[in-house]
Design a protein around this ligand. Structure first.
Ligand code: NDP
Ligand code: PYC
Length: 331
């Protein structure tokens, strides 16, 4: 694979310039460039620069308002809503997460629903924001139909990611962030681009046959991870991200989306819990003993550890050359 070396500053500047050149105002462009750069820094390759062409398509088609100003409403002491006003998710999250964190610190538990947003990123930035403030974070969002529920070969669920972060004061949080599909569509697309195969059980081709060819899966369906168990979690994500926020289920998003290749409109649910208020004094040491027991087992690493190790490397990143050329042509 041919690559180009870019520093984190160059990645940020490229993302910022591309968004500004395609209709984002300063605030939206900066929020997006930040999310893209942090994804590349952490090695979340399928949700960093790889997503920029999709963001640009959504701006150019007029689906997304690059100058959107999210509106935050605190409905009760612990229920917060952000209307993203048809913008990309990062600015809406930046507006809502501080309100969510202070509500959870006051009341012990708080929920943030985001609607009218276009989410195309990883979810760990939301949950780690909360964990960095001593809170447990849970976030999920739906997408467009890509995954066949267990028992079916017809797609209904999105790839429906869910992230969970547990705070460890003075240390990096424990954080998982995963599609409920056997593999995120972004990673399937990257495997197809790079001529790689994917593990058996990832998806089916357009005729419903098992295949390890990612290009065939992109034309067919993904499978949920873990059979009916992952399917149940994907269903839960639909209900939390759409049923509970009031925004679109994945199948509804498919009915209204203009198919420009950018992120559809949808909702996101973010929940914050205060262990200090719920478990009380000593919660840090109690949970830490568990995490240490877990990570001390031969062959085990805690989720998030790979990203956190990448994060501490501030050197240049090797980015797919054709992707950089595509992005530069959009600027
Ligand atoms: P992965 O399968 O690569 O990883 C899922 C989680 O498992 C990560 O937290 C990862 O931690 C952890 N993990 C991986 N390997 C191990 C291991 N050997 N031991 C312990 N933990 C491990 O992610 P997915 O492909 O499912 O998802 C990739 C990204 O796609 C996510 O960030 C997700 O939010 C995003 N996505 C976004 C969507 C959207 O609509 N916005 C839709 C679908 C996906 P680590 O990162 O440290 O390796
Ligand atoms: O990788 O499946 C995915 C995805 C969908 C929306 C954003 N990422």
């Amino acid at each position: 694979m041919s690559t180009i070396s870019l520093t984190l500053h160059e990645i940020y500047d490229l993302a910022l310039a591309t968004m500004l050149a395609n209709g984002c105002d300063d605030e939206n462009a900066k929020a997006l460039a930040d999310i893209v750069t942090r994804a590349e820094q952490d090695g979340s390759h399928s949700h960093g620069l790889f997503r920029l062409p999709g963001y640009v398509k959504a701006l150019r088609s007029g689906k997304v308002d690059g100058a959107a100003r999210p509106v935050v409403t605190r409905r009760t002491a612990s229920v917060i809503h952000v209307d993203g006003q048809r913008g990309f998710a990062p600015l809406a999250q930046a507006a809502g997460l501080p309100v969510l964190a202070s509500a959870a610190a006051e009341t012990g538990v708080a929920a943030l629903s985001l609607t009218n947003i276009h989410h195309f990123a990883a979810l760990w930035p939301e949950t780690e924001y909360l964990a960095d403030r001593g809170l447990v974070g849970i976030a999920c969002t739906a997408y467009m139909p890509a995954v066949a529920p267990a028992g079916s070969t017809e797609k209904l669920f999105g790839t429906n990611p869910i992230s969970f972060a547990w705070p460890r004061p003075g240390k990096k949080p424990v954080c998982f962030d995963m599609a409920t599909a056997a593999m995120a569509m972004g990673d399937v697309q990257i495997a197809a681009r790079d001529g790689a195969s994917v593990p058996p059980g990832t998806g089916l081709d357009a005729d419903g046959n098992e295949t390890t060819d990612p290009a065939e899966i992109a034309k067919g369906v993904l499978l949920p991870f873990g059979g009916y168990k992952g399917s149940a979690i994907a269903m839960m994500v639909e209900l939390l991200a759409a049923g509970l926020t009031g925004d679109q289920f994945s199948y509804e998003a498919a009915e209204t989306d203009n198919r420009d290749g950018g992120p559809p409109r949808g909702g996101e649910m973010v929940i914050a819990l205060s262990p200090a208020m719920i478990a009380g004094a000593g919660w840090e040491a109690h949970a830490d003993a568990f995490v240490n027991r877990l990570s001390g087992l031969e062959g085990v690493r805690v989720p998030g550890a790979r990203r956190h190790a990448n994060r501490s490397d501030l050197g240049p990143r090797q980015i797919h050359k054709a992707l950089i050329e595509t992005i530069r042509s959009l600027g």
